[in-house]
Design a protein around this ligand. Sequence first.
Ligand code: ADP
Ligand code: MG
Length: 238
Amino acid sequence: MPDALSLSNVHVYHGEICAVRGLELTCAEGAVTALLGRNGAGKTTTLSAIAGLLGTRQGRIDLFGAPLEGRGPEAICRAGIGLVPQGRRIFPSLTVLEHLQIAYRAPRHAATRVFDIAGVEALFPRLRERRRQLAGSMSGGEQQMLAIARALATNPRVLLLDEPAEGLAPQIVAEVADAISALKAAGLSILLVEHNLPLALRLADTCVVLSSGEVAWRGAPDTLANDPDLMAHHLGVH
Ligand SMILES: Nc1ncnc2c1ncn2[C@@H]1O[C@H](COP(=O)(O)OP(=O)(O)O)[C@@H](O)[C@H]1O
Ligand SMILES: [Mg+2]
């Protein structure tokens, strides 16, 4: 059985600047893989390349063994990649329900769990209560839930989450963390970028630390949590 997601020797550029260099990364099916690193390490660039928003200059990206690189974002979404972008990127003048209706794709694979609109609303009851509300009038936490719900409505096989806890109150961070745990329990494969290290270490099965676009360390969350020097050096945690 191939990995859910596999990147091999991936290079991604912004113009002439190489932001991701020779990246090797795998996400096992049903696991949470945390992609960590300081600001500017190349985490968002990596997720953007997987989702087809940025081209790769070299390397392979496979989803359950099928190549993704060179395909556009819409084709990659249909193939089963769901991206929750950094900063949420919701549409302020659309309602919650409109976001979900536009995003919805019937699953094209043997899904462990099917997310129709009722299914995503069951995960985030706050969204059901706000179906008709304009997304721009919701709180940051509600917008983050909507961004996750919108990605789930595409019925992804692999969910990419870029800093889902950024700028949220602790109570909302806990709700988002519970939702991610529930998705993992439902068998979804998840690549999680998160600056909130306790949260990332709690959710992750395995960690990959990026530094200047290259893998600086990879291993188990417990090993990272118990190595203050490693955390200080690569993550700026003291
Ligand atoms: N649109 C862009 N144009 C030029 N350089 C960029 C752009 N986006 C990111 N970069 C650069 O690429 C590197 C990686 O950025 P990014 O992937 O956003 O890091 P992270 O998500 O880990 O904070 C940084 O040096 C950043 O300045
Ligand atoms: Mg980023």
